[in-house]
Ligand binder design. Structure first.
Ligand code: 13P
Ligand code: SF4
Length: 358
């Protein structure tokens, strides 16, 4: 039963003591969040993995790319465990190393006459929501990682060093941040990996400022401007704030009052001093928890039938209880180990991000 699982987790935590730290993303279900030693957005979780050096085991309640990042940033003696190995991210899966390498080769040919310039023709920027292999690709090719909380700073970093950015996998985050920097949509061609030159002409690629990989989040893609219009109609006489995650399509971000990372959304609600109606465009577990924690506000998800992030949801308390019981028995299961050759270069790209202050 739920109570038995809760008890098992609590007991294992007590036995493992300081050897264990449980990290959880804001999208985790409540039955997981209550056991986490730290919850945060993906940037905060990367930092947490970097700084929890005393724990022998980091049990990561999030998705695969986050656990890989924790493995890269933690020490060699620490093990990082993902309670359910099937907890991936469909957006991260939309960009794979061979496709990105094929894109890069084509871009290098298009920009062959710019190779000797003061700035590189193009800098690869990967969203945190990507495999360690792609972070390593960025590390090898003068690129960097970003999260939704530091993407603007990271793009500025990239434009100091390059004339253009190749941004993957999330086209929406890339477009939203580039638009906010004043870059026009015409200068943001979409790269379709199955088409020659990604479906663009050489002239379009030469004029480009940000080349956007054709990836997206299936959860955030569901939010629409019609939902925002409906919320404005329903609460027209009240203090309404519409806040969405920057993985939402550009028209949705533009129709909202604000956009930001999961932690930005949490802080906006926490810091509001007046009773406010918050219409939120992000994953439902997080929105429901914020609503329960701050009853002085009215908080709801813009999409009334939205599903949770189905892969985050795969971290069921049963899996957490199992990996902890195994640790108590001295066995490490579901360990995430990034291959050494990717570790080194992915770490370079992550360290560039950590040094480019938000
Ligand atoms: P945050 O960095 O805002 O936590 O976003 C991670 C994510 O996967 C959102 O879908
Ligand atoms: Fe990936 Fe979207 Fe889930 Fe975030 S919400 S982990 S981007 S599928």
């Amino acid at each position: 039963s739920d109570e038995q699982l809760h008890e098992r987790i609590q007991q294992a935590k007590a036995t493992l003591g300081e050897d264990l730290v449980i990290l959880g993303h804001f999208y985790q279900r409540d039955e997981i969040v209550k056991h986490a030693d730290f919850i945060g957005d993906s940037f905060q979780l990367a930092n947490a993995a970097l700084t929890r050096e005393s724990a022998k085991h980091i049990v990561f309640c999030g998705v695969h790319f986050m656990a890989e990042t924790a493995d890269i940033l933690s020490t060699d003696d620490q093990s990082v465990i993902l309670p359910n190995l099937a907890a991936g991210c469909s957006m991260a899966d939309m960009a794979d190393l061979p496709s990105v390498e094929a894109c890069w080769e084509q871009l290098m040919e298009v920009y062959a006459d710019e190779q000797d310039g003061e700035k590189a023709p193009v800098i690869p920027v990967t969203y945190m929501n990507s495999s360690a292999a792609l972070k390593a690709f960025c590390g090898r090719n003068g690129g960097i990682v970003c999260t939704s909380s530091n993407a603007a700073t990271v793009l500025e970093w990239a434009f100091e060093r390059g004339q253009r950015v190749l941004f993957f996998p999330d086209q929406h985050l890339g477009r939203n941040i580039a638009k906010a920097m004043g870059i026009s949509e015409e200068q943001m061609p979409l790269w379709w990996s199955k088409k020659p030159l990604g479906g663009n002409s050489e002239a379009e690629l030469k004029d480009a400022k940000v080349i956007l990989w054709n990836g997206f989040c299936s959860v955030h893609k569901r939010f629409t401007t019609a939902q925002i219009a409906q919320a404005r109609e329903d609460y027209k006489d009240q203090n309404l704030r519409v806040i969405v995650h920057p993985e939402c399509p550009a028209p949705v971000v533009e129709a909202a009052d604000e956009s930001g990372s999961t932690d930005y959304i949490r802080r906006a609600i926490e810091d509001a001093t007046e009773p406010t109606v918050f219409a939120i465009g992000t994953e439902i577990n997080m929105v429901n928890r914020l609503a329960a924690e701050t009853p002085q506000h009215t908080i709801f998800c813009l999409d009334p039938v939205i599903c949770p992030c189905s892969t985050m949801y795969r971290i069921h308390p049963g899996y957490l209880a199992w990996v902890l019981d195994e640790l108590v028995e001295g066995r490490v299961v579901n360990q995430i180990q990034v291959p050494a050759e990717d570790q080194e270069h992915a770490k370079i790209a992550l360290e560039r991000m950590l040094a480019a202050k938000p």
